[in-house]
Design a protein around this ligand. Structure first.
Ligand code: IPM
Ligand code: MG
Length: 386
């Protein structure tokens, strides 16, 4: 057995309940590969604020960064957002915690594989006949740095203050609402796009899928730049990987005919945020979405389910932990526990085919006796792993 240390952020709302299940499943499954996972708790989010006075306690931050791999339960709760968050907006954890981790760890690649479960077909928001029998392969790789998310923070200090004032470049927490103009600078750097797109092409080659590159080159300069770099690298280094350019608006329309978006999908930070939620909802449920953010140079990584923290269900053993559990499978694959990862994915598929459902997944056609709470869902997955 080798021991692998991983930072654990249990998070807010139903996060701790869901993560308790995801953790026990990951620990058990990793043993199949001879890996003993040791989780180190690094509290972040509003729950951390109530104990330590900050949504991102510096000790948690440094410990998590040092671990290099973070299992992240999700942060944010509308109750604290609408009270403490109003007077101290800089503490709101979605931006304070997640963006800081992404930036500091250099998490450029955000994998969001969309898994279509036949058993959950009634939940899909597309007509079942547009989904072929062999299913859908849709792996989103969102560009997770730069763009409009980080532009102001990255570039504010690099421009004279009078210019920043004139064009309204501000930090989010400094916006008062009394401004005449406010802008978010969206930018891409050549070397970052090159690194990103090489990784996306290499992944497409490995999984034998086309690369679909999303942009808005008909209107925006940064996407003319994006498309020219993608085309150049595709032609010179990955001529064996089919490449399709897709405008972002038409890509949104294709979410409803997902077989036409079959491939590895490369997209900008803001486009990827929006489209990946749509893709998850089109194919099934947000509760099943999983996500892995990776630095391709250092291999530092953060594993978070794309779903929220379900604050209204907190403490009731009702939230769906399957997205967290599946995200654990992505994490296991990253640390070399391939058998464990596959075991988790098969177990989730199995319990769904057997008719088990969490509250968000159940429909009137399902057997109400097979409704699972958070803990029971974790136990059921666990029982199909051993
Ligand atoms: C996501 C989330 C985050 C984002 C928020 C919580 C900062 O929506 O990971 O998609 O916008 O990137
Ligand atoms: Mg999002």
């Amino acid at each position: 057995m080798i021991t692998k240390k991983i930072a654990l952020v249990e998070g807010d709302g139903s996060g701790p309940e869901m993560m308790a299940q995801a953790v026990r499943v990951a620990v058990e499954a990793a043993k199949l590969d001879g890996i003993n996972i040791e989780f180190i708790k690094t509290p972040m989010g509003w729950s951390a604020y109530h104990k330590f006075g900050d949504t991102l306690p510096i000790e948690s931050f440094e410990t998590a960064i040092a671990a290099g791999v973070i299992f992240f339960g999700g942060v944010g709760d509308f109750k604290d957002d609408s009270t403490i968050g109003v007077t101290r907006p800089e503490l709101r954890p979605e931006a304070r915690v997640l963006l800081a981790l992404r930036k500091r760890m250099g998490l450029l690649l955000n994998f969001r594989p969309m898994i279509y479960y036949k058993a959950l077909a009634p939940l899909a928001n597309v007509k079942t006949e547009v989904i072929p029998d062999q299913g859908i392969k849709q792996v989103w790789i969102r560009y997770l740095l730069e763009d409009s998310y980080f532009g102001n923070a990255d570039l504010l200090g690099k421009m004279p203050q009078d210019i920043a004032d004139r064009i309204g470049v501000k930090m989010k927490q400094d916006v008062t609402g009394n401004e005449e103009i406010v802008s978010d600078i969206a930018y891409y750097r050549k070397e970052t796009i090159e690194k990103y797109i090489r990784a996306a092409f290499a992944y497409a080659r490995k999984v034998k899928l086309p690369l679909i590159s999303i942009d808005k080159y008909n209107v925006m300069a940064r996407y003319v730049f994006w498309r020219s770099i993608v085309s150049r690298i595709g032609k010179a280094e990955f001529s064996d990987v089919p490449l399709v350019h897709q405008l972002v608006d038409s890509a949104a329309a294709l979410l409803f005919t997902p077989a036409k978006l079959n491939g590895v999908i490369a997209c900008g930070n803001e486009h990827g945020d929006i489209l990946s939620d749509g893709a998850a909802a089109a194919l099934g449920s947000m509760g099943m979405m999983c996500s892995a953010s990776i630095n391709p140079d250092t291999n530092a990584a953060l594993f978070e389910s794309g779903a929220g923290t379900a604050p209204t269900l907190a403490g009731q053993d009702k939230a769906n932990p399957l997205g967290r559990i599946l995200t654990g499978a992505l994490m296991l694959r990253h640390i070399g526990a391939e058998k464990g990862a596959a075991a988790i994915e098969n177990a989730v598929n199995k319990i769904l085919s057997e008719g088990y459902r969490t509250g968000d997944l159940i429909t009137p056609a399902d057997d109400p006796k097979k409704l699972l709470g958070t803990k029971a869902a974790g136990e059921m997955v666990l029982s199909r792993i051993k």
